[in-house]
Design a protein around this ligand. Structure first.
Ligand SMILES: Nc1ncnc2c1ncn2[C@@H]1O[C@H](COP(=O)(O)OP(=O)(O)OP(=O)(O)O)[C@@H](O)[C@H]1O
Length: 362
């Protein structure tokens, strides 16, 4: 059983309004693991998604009928805001030149992004604590709650959102100036990883990357958004400074694991946001607890509760804890964030998103 076999089966599933799942380009993040097949059907709008429930059932049945397939999981999602621009056809290079020297700050102060109500920066003191995973899942969880959400991958040194959100198309730039973002799992998204030839990116120097970040902030046509989530690079560097000084960032969220070493670094990130006068909206503990899938025993591999205690000590809100789970990694690697499905991890993200909406942060 290959991807092509599965796509051939999905091409036989008709869609209301004409065509089939493949010819209408509705299948995303197709993943085959052993005898399990996972994919996402992404409708053009929330209304269209409602009418596709039967199509999803038919798609699952069609794939399940293939020899060698035992389990099929199809998730139905919708594009975000109706006004979201259409993506460029696959492979079409943008006419825009990305990457240039940054323009000097003329002292005009932080700028708002037209149509965007709030900008939330997600940072971490050290790499690998799950900042990108939290950013993408939080974006998807908020979109599932009806918020209009954008996700900017500002991790210009190692962009991971295209992989985590299952997007690889190049964004279009019809006028050579405006960049049209893409849509995935109900989230409007943009990443420098979508604009660059990966082989060339590595030879870029800092200033060129900073110029590219400025372009992403000022030239992407985000449309109307309740919240734009910005996935920062780890640590405390130029990107954080450029973002907080040039854009009207509503606030920052700092992600940490519970270990002491991670917390030590998280404090540095908190100090940096203080220096930049960006309000810290709260802390999140990732990789908090682990439930053994075999026996259900709960373990705390990196400790537990350290981030909550740190937030209390600093007088900052503690926004929530997210479990360590292999499914979170597999989902992220497969291009469908775990928050797009059901289960305890998706529920943890839904609770986190609810808290942010209740607090007026998203
Ligand atoms: N709660 C979790 N459970 C299991 N795996 C996780 C969890 N959170 C993140 N991961 C995995 O840990 C790895 C690092 O996560 P991620 O890339 O989100 O971290 P990051 O802090 O953004 O790192 P970077 O420094 O590379 O930007 C990824 O493989 C991700 O799938």
């Amino acid at each position: 059983m290959t991807r092509d076999d599965i796509l051939a089966a999905l091409a036989k599933v008709s869609v209301p309004g004409g065509g089939d799942l493949v010819s209408r380009d509705l299948v995303r993040a197709l993943a085959v693991e052993g005898t399990t097949v996972r994919f996402v059907i992404e409708a053009e709008s929330a209304e269209a998604a409602q009418g596709l429930a039967q199509v999803r059932d038919a798609a699952e049945a069609a794939v399940k009928a293939l020899p060698g397939v035992e389990d099929v999981q199809a998730v139905l999602t919708a594009h975000g805001p109706k006004s979201a621009p259409k993506a460029a056809p696959a492979g079409e290079p943008p006419s825009l030149k990305i990457g240039r020297h940054p323009t000097p700050d003329k002292g005009q102060g932080p700028a708002k992004i037209a149509g965007v109500d709030r900008i939330l920066a997600v940072g971490s003191g050290k790499g690998g604590v799950g900042k990108s995973t939290v950013s993408s899942n939080l974006a998807v969880a908020l979109a599932r709650q009806g918020r209009r959400v954008g996700l900017l991958d500002a991790d210009i040194y190692g962009p991971s959102q295209p992989r985590m959100m299952g997007v690889s198309k190049r964004p279009a730039s019809p006028d050579g100036k405006t960049i049209l973002p893409l849509t995935a799992h109900g989230v409007t998204m943009m990443s420098i990883g979508l604009m660059l030839d990966p082989a060339k990116a590595v030879v870029w120097r800092g200033p060129m990357l900073m110029g590219a970040l400025q372009q992403m902030l000022s030239q992407v046509a985000w449309g109307e958004l309740d919240v734009l989530i910005v996935d920062l690079p780890p640590g405390t560097g130029d990107v954080q400074m450029t973002l907080c000084q040039r854009s009207a960032v509503t606030g920052a969220i700092v992600v940490s694991t519970p270990q002491d070493v991670a917390l030590l670094d998280a404090r540095k990130a908190l100090d940096m946001f203080n220096t930049l006068k960006t309000p810290v909206l709260g802390l999140i503990e990732n990789m908090s607890s682990y439930h053994c899938p075999k026996c259900g025993h709960e373990a705390h591999l990196f400790g537990h509760g350290g981030v909550r205690a740190e937030a209390e000590a600093l007088g900052l809100p503690f926004l929530g804890e997210l479990p360590l789970s292999i499914d979170v990694r597999v989902a992220g690697d497969g291009g469908t964030p775990i928050a797009a499905g059901d289960g305890p991890e998706a529920e943890a993200y839904a609770r986190l998103a609810e808290g942010l909406v209740r607090g007026g942060m998203a």
